[in-house]
Design a protein around this ligand. Structure first.
Ligand code: PMP
Length: 399
């Protein structure tokens, strides 16, 4: 037998090999390696899922709901999603043909991109953006085209910047509103301009609205993209239960959109997932039917913590746009002269506070850090003391 050459064939495909490991993961590994760290790092609610939702799951197990569901999700849950979306966004979707229950928005993103993207198609993505977007576009065979935004623009994409990146291969735009990591909410005015741009260039829209319940201040400031005239027929809306209902571990979300795209997504989902977790679907239905007061209570708590964190960051001298949604602040760390990575790494080592370096969200995130305020008031207060001490020590000499 000839000797095998270990270098001849890698066991990992080049497509996967080319994807960098998540920048966030490296930080989480560092965090896990030490005790007594205060974490403003992980983007998930510190709340436990509300009791009525957990109880609905327990009850579903007691009743023996332990089988697969329909590939698309239980009819009951899809009907509730239809009702919920109609009430909140004023758009009606057929529970049978236009709604798919997914394994979180994570799966929804993967399915939406794989369903709509031809090999080599270009996908426009305003950045800073959620870390999964680039690898998911890449795995779908698409070309990721990042559109930088800036603090001066409140991290909202400028139409001129989008226009300058359009080619004859541009297929879709992927937006995240409210945004992770900046907390930015795109105004109605800009969304309407965006819609014009989308129509002019005949693009598909994938909109990730997972933070839609976490809006501070004027609730009308948030607009569901598919509700804009002319957008419903070209928009896939992704949403889920992880953030609004504190259900990250349940792994359930949904996609609503035009029948043709939902049918394509359902085909992929059927072969890769079969169906979203059955118990989680029963819990999700309870969340939609009776979850409103819990969402509002959590929102109130986030709202207070947001104010606390923003005031603290301002006092320390870290400039920050006022986040209008989600549960992140994205302050500039430029006064320290440190890169985002050095800031986050040294803050962790010297003061045991975990934040996420802004550059992992794209090049325009360099010079910023992401602080998640879905943490306890005590932790936020102590983190601010430590960040203040750290910035004081590292502030670059103005001379
Ligand atoms: N989209 C965004 C913008 C997110 O921040 C997250 C979670 N961090 C997800 C999607 C994934 O959510 P899910 O738990 O529903 O998969």
């Amino acid at each position: 037998m000839p000797e095998s050459n270990p270098n001849k064939y890698s066991r990992v495909s080049s497509r996967v090999d080319r994807i960098p490991s998540s920048g966030i993961r490296r930080f989480f590994d560092l965090i896990a390696s030490s005790d007594d760290i205060i974490s403003l790092g992980v983007g998930e609610p510190d709340f436990i899922t509300p009791w009525n939702i957990r109880e609905a799951a327990i009850y579903s197990i007691e009743r023996g709901h332990t089988h697969y569901t329909s590939n698309s999700g239980t009819v009951d849950l899809r009907r509730e999603i239809s009702k919920y979306v109609n009430e909140r966004a004023g758009i009606s979707y057929d529970p049978v043909t236009e709604i798919l229950v997914t394994v979180g928005v994570s799966e929804g993103l993967d399915l939406a991109l794989r369903t709509t993207t031809e090999i080599g198609d270009e996908i426009l993505v305003p950045q800073p953006a959620f870390v999964a977007y680039e690898p998911i576009v890449h795995m779908a065979g698409g070309k990721f085209v990042g559109i930088d935004t800036s603090m001066e623009n409140k991290f909202v994409p400028a139409i001129a910047d989008l226009e300058s990146k359009v080619t004859d291969r541009t297929r879709a735009i992927l937006i995240n509103n409210p945004n992770n990591p900046t907390g930015a909410v795109i105004s109605k005015k800009v969304l309407f301009e965006l819609a014009e741009f989308i129509l002019a260039n005949d693009l598909i829209v994938i909109t990730d609205e997972i933070y839609d319940r976490l809006i501070y201040g004027d609730k009308d400031a948030f607009v569901h993209f598919a509700s804009i005239p002319g957008m419903r027929e070209r928009t896939v809306t992704l949403n889920g239960f992880s953030k609004s209902f504190a259900m990250t571990g349940w792994r359930v979300g949904y996609a609503v959109g035009p029948e043709e795209i939902i049918a394509g997504m359902t085909k992929l989902h059927q072969y890769t997932m079969m169906s979203a977790p059955t118990v989680a679907q029963h819990a999700a239905k309870e969340a939609l039917v009776n979850g409103d007061s819990s969402v509002n209570e959590m929102l109130e708590a986030y709202s207070m913590r947001r104010r606390l964190l923003l005031n603290g960051l301002n006092k320390i001298g870290l400039e920050c746009i006022e986040p209008e949604g989600a549960f992140y602040a994205f302050p500039s760390i430029k006064i320290t002269g440190l890169s985002s990575e050095s800031f986050a790494e040294q803050l962790l080592l010297e003061e045991k506070v975990a934040v996420v370096p802004g550059n992992v969200f794209g090049p325009s995130g360099e010079g910023f850090i992401r602080c998640c305020y879905a943490a306890s008031v005590a932790d936020i207060k102590e983190a601010l003391v430590r960040i203040g001490r750290f910035v004081g020590k590292h502030k670059s000499d103005p001379r």
